[in-house]
Design a protein. Structure first.
Length: 509
């Protein structure tokens, strides 16, 4: 019954249209190739031109190699396949809208020099990282921000409900996955009540992330309840790269002074109300104070880019007296990663942490599908004597993707990286913590989609007390996990060949 419920009109229609396009497109090309040698030659020439074009582009080498191998394997259709799905940049329409809105908000993203001077005194090793993120992403470093770390989704959910109940002015929510169930119902009840009280409630969800989980009229239902709602990048049944770019962010902002982010979506498995793949391990953080401004502006930028009923950012900055009341040692730097530019910000932040580490780096990630740059950073840190530990799922959500993740174990373990699989279930958290001084909690998986294709967000923590909570949770989680050794990895030419093949085509996962 649950399966039949999900097969609604929209999904069925989309499936039929896509299959129709694939069938007729393939049939058309095959017929022409059979009867026109010149056309087959032309397609092969296109493939060669595409390879030369890729070689000139400033793109990740692993990404290029994967596509070149695919084009070599399919010399006739490989070039066309790349033109359809290989370009990582969003459509001109999406780029123009989002870039224009970000420029409008730039004057509000000013860096206070006093915080940079304090960073130079207290955290000189990480000052360069902070300056890099501010220069490339515009989002500044903040003080006067309290941070609370959540080792599980159910712990964060309790505080999310409490924050929503206290909302007096506005609520902004932006999530990749939303599914009807206990978690969503608990949130919805409050949102409806707050909307009736005059609180401004705006909600963004990713259309593809939630496609099989929500009724087709979900957006209309929320609007009828007084909740302004937007589906990001609505799915259209066209064979186009545009559908690759998803909004993977998780943001909740209340009244400009409280914000939540992390790996936790809105579905019952994230709070272990429903069991999927064993125990669901996720993490998140709550910010209260000045640092919330960046998450507010992230949401406003996304909303104003695609909605006519724009949000006035000046009315949603939070009261300064309230923001400055949240005193705590350390600094925070929220950031947003985007495929709009050629800067893999999330990956570079991970590499920065690894490159500066002296004692340890503990990592949570659901997927370990990495390029040469990230692999080299992990291996080099381990070879320098840094205690690098990575926790991946013990029970996978996608078996093929899990196999690709395991294909990356061998070179890392051989270099000294310690890899653990979370025995109780699925690891969905995305976090780094290093040397008790720096860490990041956010939405960015260690895979190609998060690092290159999706809209993501996170928060860098410098000298925050919450880092010790993250470290403690990392060690406790590692104690519940199984360490993978070289003897546990199947050897032999066939297995090495399969692993090499999976890593080459990792761009497709």
């Amino acid at each position: 019954m649950q399966f039949l419920k999900k097969i609604n009109y929209r999904i069925t229609l989309i499936t039929i249209i896509i299959l129709f396009q694939l069938y007729w497109g393939t049939l058309f090309l095959l017929r022409i190739v059979d009867y026109a040698e010149w056309f087959s030659t032309a397609l092969s020439v296109i493939s060669i031109v595409v390879v030369l074009f890729m070689n000139m582009k400033e793109e990740n080498a692993s990404y290029k190699i994967g596509w070149i191998i695919l084009i070599m394997a399919l010399p006739v259709f490989g070039g066309l396949f790349y033109l359809l799905f290989g370009n990582k940049r969003p459509s001109r329409f999406m780029r123009r809208r989002l870039i224009d809105e970000h420029r409008v908000l730039e004057p509000l993203l000013t860096q206070q020099e006093s915080y940079m001077k304090a960073m130079e005194e207290k955290h000189p090793r990480h000052l360069g990282t902070a300056k890099y993120v501010c220069r490339e992403n515009d989002y500044p470093v903040y003080g006067n921000t309290q941070v609370k770390y959540y080792p599980l989704g159910e712990a964060q959910y309790i505080d999310m409900l409490e924050a929503l109940e206290k909302a007096e002015k506005f609520i902004f929510m932006e999530y990749f996955i939303v599914e009807e169930g206990r978690m969503w119902q608990g949130i919805l009840d409050i949102l409806v009540r707050k909307a009736k009280e005059g609180v401004e409630v705006c909600f963004i969800y990713d259309d593809v992330g939630s496609m099989f989980l929500l009724p087709k009229d979900f957006q209309k239902k929320l609007e009828a309840l007084g909740i302004r709602c937007m589906a990001f990048n609505p799915f259209r049944p066209l064979l186009s790269v545009v559908m690759n770019h998803r909004n993977h962010r998780k943001i909740l902002v209340v009244d400009g002074h409280t914000a939540f982010t992390g790996g936790i979506n809105i579905a019952d498995e994230y709070i272990n109300e429903k069991e999927r793949f064993g125990h669901w391990k996720d993490t998140g953080i709550r910010l209260q104070g000045e640092g919330v401004l960046s998450f507010t502006l992230m949401f406003v930028s996304m909303w104003n880019a695609f909605r006519k009923d724009k949000i006035d950012p000046m009315l949603h900055l939070g009261e300064q007296s309230v923001l400055k009341s949240f005193q705590q040692e350390g600094f925070v730097q929220p950031f947003s990663d985007t495929p709009l530019d050629q800067e893999p910000l999330g990956e570079n932040i991970y590499i920065e942490i690894l490159s500066q580490a002296k004692d340890y780096v503990y990592i949570f990630t659901p997927y370990l599908i990495i390029d040469n740059e990230l692999q080299s950073a992990l291996c080099l840190a381990a070879k320098r004597g840094v205690d690098v530990r990575i926790v991946t799922p013990g029970i996978p959500d996608k078996k093929v993707v899990f196999r690709v993740t395991r294909s990356n174990y061998f070179p890392l373990i051989r270099a000294g990286v310690r890899i653990y699989e979370y025995t109780p279930g699925f690891m969905h958290a995305k976090s780094f913590v290093s040397d008790d001084h720096i860490g990041v909690v956010g939405t960015i998986n260690m895979d190609y989609r998060s690092l290159y294709l999706h809209f993501e967000c996170g928060a860098l923590l410098y000298g925050q007390e919450a880092l010790m909570d993250l470290k403690k949770d990392s060690l406790e989680t590692i104690s519940k996990s199984k360490e993978i050794h070289l003897k546990d990895i199947k050897k032999g030419p066939l297995y090495h060949f399969v692993d090499a093949l999976l890593r080459a085509f990792a761009i497709l996962f």
